[in-house]
Ligand binder design. Sequence first.
Ligand code: ADP
Ligand code: MG
Length: 238
Amino acid sequence: MASIALHDVRKFFGHHPVLHGISLDIRDGEFVILVGPSGCGKSTLLRMLAGLEDVSEGEISIGGRVVNDMAPKERDIAMVFQNYALYPHMTVAENMAFSLRLAGAPKAQKDAAVARAAEILDLAHLLDRYPRELSGGQRQRVAMGRAIVRDPAVFLFDEPLSNLDAKLRVAMRTEIKALHQRLKTTMVYVTHDQIEAMTMADRIVVMNGGRVEQVGRPLDLYDKPANLFVAAFIGSPA
Ligand code: ADP
Ligand code: MG
């Protein structure tokens, strides 16, 4: 587990500013959701946490260490994307073990990590299947399994449910919440869906145009929106 601190973090693509000075403290074990309209900078911020984008200005710390110049694989994090492409020619077990295989982990460690992830995600009976033999929800669970096997201090999710149909999306919200309760790992989760944010987050960060409009617990945002943007965004139906 790890806390995360952002201090006046800015991002420019060329001369184009995309994040205008984000400061934020995420507690160890917290489930924080970044929510806001498309293009407001959510994915960019998450990718900076992962080390997939440079920090233009400001400072990001994870677990008390400044990570600005740290390569992605040196950060103790795992990311689950929206397009969670599984390797079609690998079984569920092989898909989940793949990052450990790349890291040169011994077989016993890989097997134990896969067994643990499979137990957590209820995939034990599917380990020998291929992705094409799985339902959408099962594939999404395998994608999460690939992150869990690495036992990271922080999980990052970028709209992991947006390719699923509405019914499955609701079911997966519950599964991800349960995963957080089980692992108690720090999770930062991006969505443009305010219902997802309201039902899943310990705290919500409402973003707009590269800025943070408000940070708070779901009910506090609902009861005491800081401005009209937050009121409209949180209050409007999905
Ligand atoms: P969100 O995830 O909230 O939809 P993004 O972080 O993807 O928003 O994008 C924020 C802004 O940054 C958008 O205007 C987008 O066009 C721009 N942007 C994102 N990635 C790049 C890039 N690699 N090069 C240039 N502009 C980018
Ligand atoms: Mg995005």
